[in-house]
Design a protein around this ligand. Structure first.
Ligand SMILES: NC(=O)c1ccc[n+]([C@@H]2O[C@H](COP(=O)([O-])OP(=O)(O)OC[C@H]3O[C@@H](n4cnc5c(N)ncnc54)[C@H](OP(=O)(O)O)[C@@H]3O)[C@@H](O)[C@H]2O)c1
Length: 244
């Protein structure tokens, strides 16, 4: 069974990706700080269905220095890592002019520094094992912008730059690197947006709805699969035509 590490796999999009990949027969290692009841229900569901596997490993991805040991432990426990989905992120909103420096630093640490360092240690093992797949979760905000989300937007735009350059660097070692750029979905991250704002986003989208978590999870499954073997360095937008 192919191991896939999904960061932020305890809820929201990450859990949706974890469920989908387990149903497709992967052994999913979901990483987050805290377990959730939804994740535990999904673990039981996967066990009952006898398809892939779903495991939870608690880890605070903001602890950059602990990442090398964390990856070593995962390799020891699960074996080689075929896929990495860099999904975990935080999204504080607020005007940049009054945002506390510690918040800016935290956003960049969790959304940018951490996935880059995690990828460094995971890609090393992929190269040694003859290949692998990396999917970085960006956002349409990385290219459209959104008032009050400048730091978050900077981290999501950087995920695209990282994807493109790394794809060129590790392609000859059999590692594909892509990004998905979801539009607004209904998760805890968007709870701060009022239903009016979400309805307005729906009205402005070509397909007049928001993408579901599972729509994005399917895109990630595709990028990890054998049929995407010739796709690298791309960004797959799943936003129901919000940016069309
Ligand atoms: N929701 C949207 O509309 C939307 C749109 C475009 C892109 N995205 C992107 O989609 C991804 C998932 O977003 P979401 O809406 O599913 O967010 P979410 O519901 O807030 O979930 C975030 C996940 O990341 C984990 N996480 C956060 N900080 C962590 C840390 N320091 N260490 C380990 N895990 C951590 C959380 O678990 P713990 O808190 O327990 O650690 C949780 O599992 C993000 O990259 C986001 O930028 C979301």
């Amino acid at each position: 069974m192919r191991n896939v590490l999904v960061t932020g796999g305890s809820r929201g999009l990450g859990l949706g990706i974890a469920r989908r990949l387990a149903a497709a027969g992967y052994c999913v290692i979901a990483v987050a700080r805290n377990e959730t009841s939804q994740l535990n229900a999904a673990i039981e569901e996967v066990q009952r269905a006898h398809l892939g596997a779903l495991h939870f490993v608690p880890f605070d991805l903001a602890g950059i220095r602990e990442i090398p040991l964390f990856v070593r432990k995962l390799r020891k426990e699960f074996g080689s890592i075929y896929g990495l989905v860099n999904n975990a992120a935080i999204a504080f909103d607020g005007a940049l002019a009054v945002m506390h420096d510690s918040r800016i630093e935290q956003l960049v640490r969790v959304n940018t520094l951490s996935p880059i360092v995690l990828t460094k240690y995971v890609v090393r093992s992929m190269m040694a094992d003859g290949g692998g797949r990396i999917v970085n979760v960006s956002s349409i905000i990385g290219f459209t912008g959104y008032s009050g989300l400048s730091v978050y937007g900077a981290t999501k735009a950087s995920a695209i730059g990282f994807t493109r350059s790394l794809a060129r660097e590790v392609g000859r070692m059999g590692v594909n690197v892509n990004a998905v750029a979801p539009g607004f979905m209904r998760t805890e991250m968007t709870q701060g947006l009022g239903s009016e704002q979400l309805q307005q986003i729906e009205r402005r989208s070509a397909l007049r709805h928001l993408p579901d978590i599972d729509d994005v999870a399917h895109a990630v499954e595709y990028l990890l699969g054998d049929t995407a073997k010739s796709i690298t360095g791309t960004v797959l937008t799943v936003d129901a035509g919000n940016t069309a």
